[in-house]
Design a protein around this ligand. Structure first.
Ligand SMILES: Cc1cc2nc3c(=O)[nH]c(=O)nc-3n(C[C@H](O)[C@H](O)[C@H](O)COP(=O)(O)OP(=O)(O)OC[C@H]3O[C@@H](n4cnc5c(N)ncnc54)[C@H](O)[C@@H]3O)c2cc1C
Length: 489
């Protein structure tokens, strides 16, 4: 539970934060907020309820008209979740202790994962390298080609530190992606460190109070202590695994999971706020009626009334689902444990369905409320913010592909055989998932090679995404019961 006193102090601290400013001013607002220590960098582990509540209060632009369309929420989550959260999750005790100093100073940090060539597949594809030099007892961080340059990095122009994800090479052997805490600038002079090359991504259609940069590492030397060393370290010039848990992309991806859930929750709150305002307007906007007939309100128009009612049902189901997932995740965060595959899927489902539903409902609403949709006070201009939610912290399509692939793997591992007979499936979420597995399995069965299988997978993309939707429904059924499955509401 988040206490009311903290909520009041935090709400007061963020009330003047706005998006109508240069990114330098926005960065300064975040430095001030960090220094209040109302949300600590360590709260992600010690007080996760507060971490999520802070996100809910800040991330959804519709809650404060001055922040509509603002990039401050992204700046905030990058700082607290991706940057500080990665140090907390991947760092050894000394690195974690550094977070207190950074909080005291209001140090800004960014998170450099995405590479130009990799796009939404970043993490799977990491071409930035960190090579251990026994002579210098340092790592050399490099972007070996144009495609490996990090891009879209939030707070990339204003941050003085960065968590950089690079493929670690020791004695000629690559050990995969690892996190490094790198100084981007000299904190006292603001000068960029030698070899760090940053470039503005340019003007965006929304959220220009957030700086987004491409970051190139042109032979950047960093000390041994830069390697976030909770899971792996260099000892006697050798790579060593320091825990039972092997360092892998899923471990780095922990931060994407907390951010993923925070974004899911914020997009639902955003949609609720847009609907709340539209409903108030529509219930008070009289419409014409033929003489002698009762005068209807805009909200009585059947097409609009239907959307308003559907939004109530679906958004309330999403709130309940996200809350249930957050509750389970919070215990895992407190124990500093790694979530299992089912938890990872449950979070993916939260993000897919929250963002998809928020986009769908707000888009349909916009087309049914007439001139109101053009008014700045409607919040509709911020709907582009939701598309940012669709690819941040795990792109919707990529998450859906993974749900479908994993569902098919379980199916193949079962003893089920296709007898060629038609099967009648029930309407439950579980039965519908079986139906899509069955249809997809048949569609893929003619594949003669891996390339053929990949071609058939793409050709049957509608079945693939149909299966992913069915997996989402199954999670809703498991968490809340069949009656709360979104496709039935
Ligand atoms: C405002 C903003 C802030 C960001 N902040 C950060 C940050 O701080 N740190 C960071 O590391 N990154 C950050 N990112 C990067 C972000 O997380 C995405 O990784 C990045 O935007 C991917 O962009 P792209 O257009 O190159 O994607 P592309 O790879 O070109 O993909 C475009 C679309 O194609 C589809 N697609 C692509 N590949 C597949 C596939 N295999 N299967 C199915 N569909 C596919 C997806 O629908 C995807 O949305 C940020 C991005 C933005 C826009």
């Amino acid at each position: 539970m988040v206490d009311a006193e903290w909520k009041a102090s935090y709400s007061e601290a963020i009330k003047d934060i706005h998006g109508d400013c240069h990114f330098e001013e926005s960065a300064e607002m975040l430095r001030r907020l960090i220094r209040t220590k109302l949300l600590k960098f360590t709260d992600l582990k010690e007080n996760p309820e507060r971490f999520f509540e802070a996100h809910r209060l800040l991330l959804a632009p519709g809650r404060n008209s001055d922040r509509e369309g603002s990039g401050f929420g992204v700046r905030f989550t990058v700082q607290f979740n991706l940057f500080a959260g990665s140090v907390l999750g991947l760092g050894g005790p000394e690195q974690v202790a550094e977070l207190d100093t950074m909080q005291e100073k209001g140090t800004l940090g960014c998170f450099c994962l995405t590479e130009k060539f990799a796009g939404v597949n970043s993490g799977l594809v990491v071409h930035t390298t960190a090579t251990w030099s026994p002579e210098r007892q340092q790592f050399l961080i490099e972007s070996p080609d144009r495609g490996s340059v990090k891009n879209w990095i939030s707070q990339g122009l204003t941050a003085s530190r960065a968590v950089v994800i690079a493929n670690l090479c020791v004695n000629g052997k690559f050990y995969g992606p690892h996190g490094f805490l790198v100084d981007m600038r000299d904190e006292s002079t603001g000068e960029l460190k030698p070899g760090v090359v940053i470039e503005d991504m340019g003007i965006k259609t929304t959220a220009n109070d957030l700086d987004n940069a491409s970051v190139e590492f042109n032979k950047v030397w960093v000390d041994k202590s830069a390697l976030l060393n909770r899971f792996a370290d260099i000892q006697d010039d050798k790579y060593v695994q320091t825990t039972e848990e092997k360092m892998r992309i899923e471990i780095i991806g922990q931060r994407l999971l907390t951010g993923r859930l925070a974004i899911a929750e914020a997009s639902v709150i955003f949609a609720q706020r847009i609907f709340e305002m539209a409903r108030e307007y529509a219930e008070n906007k009289p419409c014409w009626a033929p003489k002698g007939q009762p005068q209807p309100m805009l909200a009585d128009m059947p097409q609009l009334a239907t959307i308003l009612a559907e939004a109530d049902r679906k958004l309330s189901s999403l709130v309940q689902y996200n809350f249930a997932v957050e509750k389970r995740l919070n215990s895992i965060l407190r124990e500093n444990a790694i979530p299992d595959a089912a938890m990872v899927e449950a979070i993916a489902v939260a993000k897919i369905k929250s963002v998809q539903t928020a986009i769908d409902l707000t888009d349909r609403l916009r087309r049914e409320v007439g001139s109101y949709a053009l008014m700045a006070s409607s919040g509709m201009q911020s709907v582009a913010w939701l598309s940012m939610c669709a690819f941040a912290e795990g792109d919707t399509r990529i998450l859906m592909q993974k749900l479908a692939r994993d569902s098919m793997k379980k199916f193949k591992a079962s003893s089920w055989t296709d007898t060629g007979k038609e099967i009648v499936f029930g309407t439950s979420a579980e039965q519908q998932e079986m139906k899509f597995r069955f249809l997809l399995s048949r569609a893929l069965s003619g594949a003669a090679s891996a390339a053929d299988s990949s071609r058939l997978w793409n050709e049957n993309w509608e079945l693939v995404y149909g299966l992913a939707e069915a997996v989402c429904d199954r999670y809703f059924a498991e968490f809340l019961g069949e009656e709360k499955v979104l496709s039935k509401l």
